[in-house]
Each structure stands twice: as C-alpha cells, then as structure tokens.
Design a protein around this ligand. Structure first.
Ligand SMILES: Cc1cc2nc3c(=O)[nH]c(=O)nc-3n(C[C@H](O)[C@H](O)[C@H](O)COP(=O)(O)O)c2cc1C
Length: 180
C-alpha cells in the first residue's frame, strides 16, 4: 500500500462516542464542510443541505431534546444513565439532509464520509448518530423544522470533536476483497 497523507487520514479515522470538549475552530469546520461539498453526487445534483450545529445554545437545546427522548424499549433507566451524556461532549454536530429521490441517500452519505476523512486529517474524530436523531425528530417535529429545510429527509447525522480518552479500537478490517 502506498503511504501518503490521504491514506493516513483514512486509516486514522475512527468512530468516537466520547470527545474531550475542546471546540472546533471556524477554519477547521470550514475545511470539513468544504470536503463534504466536494463529494460526488448523482448527475452532479449536489442535493444536500448541511446543518452545522455549533452554537452552545443550539447544542444545549439539541442535548435537552435528546435527554427527553423516551428510553428505547427494554433499556432500564440506570443503564441509559450509565451510558453517560447523550451529547457525548461533542462541540459540533452535522446533519446532512436532502430532498428524497434520485441518489440523495448515497450522495448524502458520501458527503458525510468526505467530512469524516477531512476531520480525521485534522485530528478531529466523528461518530455516526443518525438513528437517534431520526428518533428525536419523530418526537420533536418543531426541532426538526428548525434544523432542516421543509420537505427534506435526514440521511446522515454525526458528532465531531477532538477524541476523548476512551475508544474501542476497531482498526481491524475483514479482508472481503476479491480481485478478478
Ligand atoms: C450506518 C452506520 C450506523 C452506525 N450506527 C452506530 C450506532 O448506532 N452506534 C455506534 O456506536 N456506532 C455506530 N456506527 C459506527 C460503527 O460501529 C463503526 O463505524 C464501525 O464499528 C467501525 O469502526 P470505526 O468507524 O471506528 O472504524 C455506525 C456506522 C454506520 C456507517
């Protein structure tokens, strides 16, 4: 394998659930978002809308809405509490939404992956959070309306931040590749 900066960033990216709380500065955030905007998209439609949640007020509002979600079935309150802060101390959350149809789902996920890799190149890690945010929007349509354009579907949601102290190393990859 060729070793270059791009490959090092791809290999360094890991999913994180705990961040150290340090803010992401505007230049780094602009870099990450630009990487997302340069993702490929079907017929170059660039159908996405990025919602970058970074103000303490909106993060708090978002966190409060998450804390108010009913517990998933079968999860006792003490287990949920032990899982810790649902906002995971992340200073930024990015939502990628698009109008349904065409290749919107693929386009949105490609944009998010570009952002993950650009973030990793800056030492910033990320965590996928789509299911919880979908759940949150189901319970809180007013917040959804505040965060994504009307008629848009949420396709990807993730935390971004400088990594906290713990991570389970998931670096091993299964070799399911076939060359013909
Ligand atoms: C579509 C999707 C859904 C995911 N859902 C969760 C999740 O619900 N909880 C979680 O902890 N990680 C979730 N992840 C992260 C994966 O567990 C993680 O990417 C995988 O274990 C490989 O680890 P790595 O990202 O650190 O390389 C999700 C990732 C993707 C792409």
């Amino acid at each position: 394998m060729i070793d270059n900066e791009t490959m090092r960033s791809i290999l360094a990216r890991r999913s994180y659930k705990v961040f150290d709380g340090r803010p992401i500065d505007d230049e780094a955030l602009e870099t990450i978002v630009t990487a997302g905007l340069y993702a490929p998209s079907g017929m170059n439609r660039q159908p996405w809308h990025f919602t970058v949640i970074k103000s303490p007020e909106m993060l708090e509002k978002f966190g409060e809405a998450r804390r108010s979600l009913p517990l998933p079935p079968g999860v006792p309150a003490h287990v949920a509490a032990a899982a810790g802060d649902p906002m995971r101390n992340a200073p930024v959350m990015i939502l990628v939404s698009a109008k349904e149809g065409g290749t919107s789902a693929q386009d949105a996920c490609l944009a998010m992956e570009n952002m993950f890799i650009a973030a990793a190149s800056l030492g910033i890690m990320s965590g996928w959070d789509h299911a919880t945010v979908m759940d949150l929007f189901r319970h809180n349509p007013a917040l959804k309306a505040e965060l994504i354009p009307e008629g848009y579907v949420l396709y990807a949601a993730a935390f971004f931040g400088y990594p906290g102290p713990t991570v389970k190393d998931r670096g091993e990859r299964k070799g399911t590749v076939e060359y013909k």
